[in-house]
Write a protein that binds this ligand. Structure first.
Ligand code: TPP
Ligand code: MG
Length: 553
């Protein structure tokens, strides 16, 4: 049977399991939109293509499925760049379909042409550095190969964004529908058999250690290895610290959790690492700038180190290890869990007492990260912990508050903005997730970031996607102001601004608003419907309330 390429693309997405497609139409992509008319894929009309890409990423993170977005040629495609770059850095499987001018006018100066011919902008080059795979589909004879390759990248264990740009005339060409049957839609398992010697050597190092410490990275979550991680920690009394991105790899309210490690954390995990640990198991953690305290050489000095990662690029990228294991964290942790059954547990460690003592010392030295100006923020996160014991989903652009004040439970899902740390991410990413999850959903962000993406709230309103937005109002680009205070002698430039009246803004959007100025105001939150409503929670902060950490620039 012959079908149009536009229909083939829609059916291809259906077979890939795409259920939701975020985007904005334009005339160069209308044939695909027309084919969507008859599809069960729900298309969501967003406010800006960057939002569409962030939504696809948020959807992919929260659902484990492929996120997808669709735009027209030229500006539709260029507006995607930050969202695609974020998905690339975060290894999110997102499929992007863009339109393009017809091939027979390539190079003639067509409206919104982005073929790269005749001085037009070049989509292919533009996306080359931020996609796993990109193809400007100028012909139909190689469609099976192109679509197969795209599917492979999207369904792999280390996925990333795929962009398929389809010229207008190609979208209308007829092809044989059997192309769809020539494509493999199965996930590549990536499972590998782990040589026993790596487990034996791990066990030997653990046996010899007095105080091992696990640093869990996102690799543990990506592999779904939270359970064996918990069992190993509990069986052997091994405390667990996580990277920021892996908050919740182990329940942060559990007795052996040290919280997260990193420049913006409370510093307890670092203390334990430096003062107590003699063996460190780095499990699926990249040790980036912040987690490694700007690659501090003293961090792991004199300690034995086991590093396990499914990406060869991560192994010994920053520190040398005594044992390097290139493996999926699920495979490794399952095998290790089995192998340690007869191993003696380490003496119990009282992590709560360790943290309390460390906090008291830091407090006495004036080195805690937050002063009393943040008490209502701290109280808000504690309120969240108690109010949602069955778990919540949090997309977080602020990061510093949650890292210090919120203990991610085993039922929560925490998605910090770790891709390329772009402002304007949390709201659209949470909206994307909201198309799939039904736990209470939160987007946390500052007022500067809010103003980059606020109109997407209307996307949530239009499609009845419940969402709780937590806006930290300090009338400034706080991080910038902090740095200009610490490093540039208070020479404040381009950080302050006047905010709109957020109560009125919420009213005009038809959503609820609640302002929190102090701890007592938290009681007002009970009036909100967190599960079904769209709420703007505005938390007031002084512009000169700075977290006490240094990013050194
Ligand atoms: C797209 C983008 N532009 C600029 C930056 C640099 N930047 C990092 S934090 C920040 C200030 C954020 O202000 P706000 O969202 O109000 O959060 P606050 O620090 O005040 O809590 C800026 C401009 C960025 N991360 N992303
Ligand atoms: Mg701000």
């Amino acid at each position: 049977m012959q079908i149009a390429v536009s229909e083939l693309i829609v059916k291809y997405m259906e077979r890939l399991g795409v259920e939701t497609l975020f985007g904005i139409p334009g005339s160069h992509i209308l044939p695909v939109y027309d084919s969507l008319y008859d599809s069960k894929i729900q298309s969501i009309l967003v406010k800006h293509e960057q939002g569409a890409a962030f939504m696809a990423g948020g959807y992919a993170r929260a659902s484990g499925r492929i996120g997808a977005c669709i735009t027209t040629a030229g500006p539709g495609a260029t507006n995607l760049v930050t969202g695609i770059a974020n998905a690339y850095a975060d290894k999110q499987p997102i499929l992007v379909i863009t339109g393009e001018t017809s091939t027979h006018i390539f190079g003639k100066g067509g409206l919104q042409e982005s073929s790269g011919e005749g001085g037009s902008i070049d989509q292919v080059t533009l996306f080359a550095g931020i996609t796993r795979y990109h193809k400007l589909i100028e012909r139909t004879d190689y469609l099976p190969t192109v679509l197969n390759r795209a599917a492979k990248h999207l369904l792999s264990k280390t996925p990333g964004p795929v962009v398929l740009s389809i010229p207008y005339n190609v979208q209308k060409e007829m092809v044989d529908a059997s192309i769809l049957d020539q494509i493999s839609y199965t996930r590549t398992s990536g499972e590998c058999v782990l040589a026993e010697q790596y487990i034996d050597r791990s066990v030997a190092l653990i046996r010899a250690a007095k105080r091992p410490l696990i640093i869990a990275g996102y690799g543990c979550i990506r592999a779904g290895a939270q359970e064996p991680l918990r069992r190993i920690s509990e069986r052997l009394n091994i405390p667990v610290a996580s990277s920021l991105k892996a908050k919740g790899a182990i329940d942060e309210r559990a007795a052996l959790s040290l919280g997260s490690l990193g420049v913006t954390s409370g510093g307890y995990a670092r203390r334990y690492l430096e003062q107590e640990a003699d063996l460190v198991l780095v499990l699926g953690a990249g040790f980036n700038e912040r987690t490694s305290y700007v690659w501090d050489k003293n961090l792991l000095a004199g300690k034995k180190l086991i590093q396990v990662d499914n990406s060869a690029q991560q192994l010994e990228k920053v520190f040398r290890a005594d044992l390097v294991v290139h493996a999926d964290l699920g495979v490794y942790l399952q095998a290790l869990d089995t192998a340690i059954q007869t191993l003696a547990a380490k003496p119990p460690v009282d992590i709560a007492a360790f943290i309390a003592a460390a906090h008291a010392q830091l407090d006495a030295a004036g080195e805690t990260i937050f002063n009393r100006q943040f008490d209502h923020v701290r109280a808000f996160y504690r309120w969240l912990e108690q109010r949602f014991p069955d778990g919540l989903v949090m997309f977080d652009d602020n990061i510093v508050f949650a890292q210090n004040f919120y203990r991610v439970s085993a039922k929560d899902r925490f998605y910090p903005n770790t891709g390329i740390s772009s402002l304007g991410h949390a709201i659209p990413a949470a909206i994307g997730a909201g198309c799939k999850v039904d736990q209470p959903l939160f987007a946390m962000l500052g007022d500067g970031g809010f103003q980059m993406c606020a109109m997407e709230i209307m996307t949530a309103v239009n499609y009845h996607i419940p969402l709780n937005i937590v806006l930290f109002n300090n009338s400034t680009m706080g991080l910038i102001r902090k740095n200009q205070h610490h490093l540039y002698q208070d020479r404040f430039i381009d950080c302050g601004f006047t905010n709109p009246d957020y109560a009125l803004l919420a009213q005009s959007f038809g959503i609820k608003h609640c302002q929190v100025e102090n701890t007592q105001d938290l009681a007002k939150l009970e009036a909100l419907d967190f599960r079904h409503g769209i709420n703007l929670i505005e938390i007031m902060l002084d512009q000169d309330a700075y977290p006490n950490y240094s990013s050194r620039r």
